[in-house]
Structures are given as C-alpha cells and as structure tokens.
Design a protein around this ligand. Structure first.
Ligand code: IMP
Length: 195
C-alpha cells in the first residue's frame, strides 16, 4: 500500500518515514508525483489545515494521504508564530530568517516558554479522516545552537535533555517531538487505521 505525505519537506518526510517504518506501507511525498496543485492553507487552526491538506491530496492522487500541520506556539507572543510558522519572516523566507526574527521578537523577554504542536490528519479519497495531536514543551534559547533538524530546531531548547532540538540526533528527536507523539498514537492504532 502506498501513502503520500502531503509535503515537499524532506526533513519532515524522513521523520515520518522513520516513525512509521513498522507499517506495511510505502511512504512517498509530493516530490514523487510531479506537479500537482497547491492546496491553500486557509484554516485558522493546525487541525483545519491538516485536514485541508490531507483530504485535498488524497482526492487528487486517489490514495491515502497523511498531512501534518505543525508549528511553534510562543506564550508571550500570544501564540505566534503558530499556524504562520513556515512564513513568519515573510513569503519565501529561510528557516534561519524565521528563527532570527523570533529571537529578535524575544529579545530581553524573560518568559521564554514555548511549545511545538502537531496535528496529523489521515484522509482517504472518499473523504473520511482521522486526527491525531502531539505537543512538546520547551524554551526559546537566547541564540541558535546545533546543526540537525529543520525550522526552529536551533532555537527550541528542550529542558529534559538539556539541548536544543538541533543538537539532538534524528533518533533522539523522534523519541520526544510533537510529531513523534502524534505518530506514536498512529502506530498504536495501526490496525484500525489500515482497515
Ligand atoms: P507546515 O509545513 O505548514 O506544517 O509548517 C510548519 C512549520 O513549523 C515549519 O516550516 C517549521 O518552521 C515549523 N516546525 C514544525 N515542526 C517543526 C520541528 O519539528 N522543528 C522545527 N520547526 C518545526
């Protein structure tokens, strides 16, 4: 069975593939299907956007699709960057431009509490979908540290391991991340989902 992950992000695809490697499915992403229309993320929540992406991709390609919508939620910034995490610095910004903007917004800010949130929607072409959620609490660091991962990983300090997410190996991040927690629930419900 083939599932498509509704993303062109290789970092995200690798994490999902490695976490679902005990499933009898082949995981592809949008890069494997050439040009298909982009879905507009018009929802106001991670959940709405995950469902929009999963159901659209599944209907267009005619196979089950898994979409994650995720982002960084910073308490003192009233939840920003939130659903706008990928484009926090403006359209076409790099990960580094996004996290440098965040560090600037957090300058001299004593409350640095933040969390990554992830909602995963699994949809089939007929329209039904299942939804899973994961959260991971941490602290926005004063400066970027580490070279692994993607997005805001270099500035997301994870107290239980005393490192930023970018200082963790993929295997370490996959034990604790918001996406891993959502995917672990999917692993546990494997039988139900495949039916
Ligand atoms: P999405 O592709 O619309 O879900 O955008 C999610 C954005 O949130 C990414 O582009 C990153 O900026 C950020 N993000 C989500 N998950 C992670 C993570 O595990 N590490 C670092 N940044 C993340």
């Amino acid at each position: 069975m083939i599932w498509v992950v509704a993303t062109r992000n290789q970092g995200k695809t690798s994490e999902i593939r490695s976490l679902l490697n005990n499933f009898p499915i082949e995981i592809k992403n949008l890069n494997d299907f050439g040009k298909i229309p982009e879905v507009e993320e018009t929802g106001n929540t991670f959940e709405e956007n995950a469902y929009l992406k999963a159901s659209f991709t599944s209907r267009i390609l005619g196979i089950p699709a898994l979409a994650d919508d995720s982002g960084l939620v910073v308490d003192v910034l009233n939840g920003a960057p939130g659903i706008h995490s990928a484009r926090y610095g403006g359209p076409d910004t790099t990960d580094m431009q996004n996290y440098m903007k965040l560090l600037e917004a957090m300058k001299d800010q004593p409350n640095r509490h933040a969390r990554f949130e992830c909602v995963i929607s699994i949809a089939i072409p007929q329209g039904q979908a299942l939804t899973y959620e994961g959260r991971c609490e941490g602290i926005i660091s004063e400066k970027p540290m580490g070279i692994h991962g993607f997005g805001y990983d270099p500035v997301f300090f994870y107290p239980p391991l005393n490192k930023t997410f970018a200082e963790l190996t993929l295997e370490e991040k996959n034990q604790v991340s918001h996406r891993a927690l959502a995917l672990k629930q999917i692993q546990q419900e494997c039988d139900k989902i495949l039916i």
